[in-house]
Design a protein around this ligand. Structure first.
Ligand SMILES: *Cc1c(COP(=O)(O)O)cnc(C)c1O
Length: 426
């Protein structure tokens, strides 16, 4: 892969030729003394689209103007508000329109979907999860197991990496699924692990889980808007994601859910509420629940409009930029960051170790760097110099150059500042 050279001129030249370069202007980048910071924490909270404020104001105006009639007369009627997002969300996660819905928030959606897809029976009671999952997922899984009167200590199995390794090998994952056989009810992995940045082979994991008679679901918090996804074609049973990380929709914004077509009307149990009821007869207010024949049938409440409004802006940007172009730029940006970190490491024996897979096919834009000596000090120094990265105990600095608004110049500046922080300014 051809990358920019490690100098400012080259980085700027690549920015000038970047077909997505103009998107940077559509975001509010925090500044220190008039200079935009190097914002590499879009994996944690994406930046605010410039148009967000006007979009929120429009909903406030419509509420003031129409009151309850806004459900039908607002510029984006609230009755069908979530329908605005179907096509965009389907394109981001590789789904059919009827397979996706925007509702609730991430961990809530995981719970709702587990009610449908974790159905322990007889010997088949176990859930396999990745090593070191995001804690919320572990809590959710353990509590669902307990809800069935089972013991999370026995039923929740954490896939371990080999001795001395951080990453999980696909072959080992598949072998583990095979070994669990008819005790396995569900495989629930992140699409991309939040700590290591490893992207898992969702297609292979799903196929193996199915071979064993189990379901496969994915938490796409770190995958949606980051890596190309084909949930429908991969036969994934269900998935959920948040929209405030790579999808730039604001703190605590609405979550997404995917249910594969084959499960939409297969009679899986679910928790019901009026917004999951068929919209044609919803307002007859009858006693019997008759679900929407789409993923919308998993909704329970009416749309939280103010929690969704920015997602409309953010999704439109994803559709306009296109996941293919975003991925192409992402490979370059992260490859550039990797090359610069390697160069600093080699020249100055800095002792930094990138634990994220070196194979671009097995990662998104995030790089996780173990700094065994003085890691926290390096992190603090980066922060003092207006570089936004984060620190994960015990020794990892996570950085995510996102293709939507980060530039090659950001990556170059990061390298220069990193050298200062290591005290090796050459
Ligand atoms: C960010 C993240 C969460 C956060 O959950 P919320 O319900 O949105 O607060 C959960 N799981 C994973 C894997 C995450 O990365």
């Amino acid at each position: 892969m051809q990358l920019p050279e490690n100098n400012l001129g080259s980085a700027r030249q690549w920015d000038a030729q970047d077909p997505l370069n103009a998107f940077r202007e559509q975001f509010l980048i925090p500044k220190v003394e008039q200079t935009p910071i190097v914002y590499f924490t879009g994996n944690s909270l994406g930046l605010q689209p410039v148009d967000a404020e006007a979009a929120i104001k429009r909903e406030l105006e419509d509420w003031a103007r129409f009151g309850v009639e806004g459900h039908f007369h607002a510029r984006h009627p609230w009755f069908s508000y979530h329908e605005r997002f179907g096509a965009g969300a389907a394109s981001v996660v590789g789904a059919r329109l009827e397979e996706v819905v925007l509702m609730n928030q991430l961990t809530s959606n995981l719970h709702f979907l587990l009610i449908s897809f974790y159905r322990p029976k007889g010997r088949r009671v176990k859930i396999l999860m990745e090593h070191g999952p995001f804690p919320s997922d572990r809590y959710a899984l353990a509590s669902q197991i307990a809800l069935h009167g089972l013991d999370p200590g026995e039923c929740l199995v954490e896939m371990q990496p080999r001795e001395g390794e951080y990453l999980l090998r696909t072959d080992d994952i598949l072998a583990k699924i095979n070994e669990m056989g008819d005790e396995l009810a569900l495989v629930l992995f992140g699409g991309v692990n939040y700590f290591t940045g490893q992207a898992f082979n969702m297609e292979a994991i799903t196929a193996k889980a199915h071979e064993m008679g189990a379901f496969a679901g994915f938490d796409l918090a770190h995958a949606a808007g980051n890596i190309p996804l084909q949930l429908h074609d991969w036969n994934v049973d269900f998935a959920c994601w948040c929209t405030y990380k790579y999808l730039n929709s604001g703190p605590g914004s609405v979550g997404g859910a995917f249910v594969h077509e084959r499960h939409l009307n297969s009679g899986l149990p679910r928790l019901a509420g009026w917004w999951g009821h068929d919209k044609k007869t919803r307002f007859q207010m009858g006693p019997d629940f008759s679900p929407m024949p789409t993923a919308e049938g998993w909704q329970v409440s009416n749309a939280p409009v103010f929690n969704m409004v920015v997602h409309g802006i953010a999704l439109a940007q994803f559709v306009q930029a296109g996941m293919e172009r975003l991925r192409a730029k992402s490979l370059l940006l992260t490859g550039y960051a990797e090359a610069i970190i390697d160069e600093i490491n080699d020249k100055h024996l800095a002792g930094l170790q990138i634990i994220t897979p070196r194979d671009p096919a097995q990662r998104g834009c995030q790089l996780s760097i173990v700094a065994p000596v003085k890691g926290k000090t390096i992190y603090n120094r980066l922060t003092e110099r207006a570089v936004s990265v984060d620190w994960r105990e015990p020794s990892v600095i996570r950085m995510a150059p996102v293709p939507m608004y980060n530039s090659f110049e950001d990556v170059f500046r990061f390298g220069e500042i990193l050298k200062e922080c290591l005290g090796v300014r050459a």
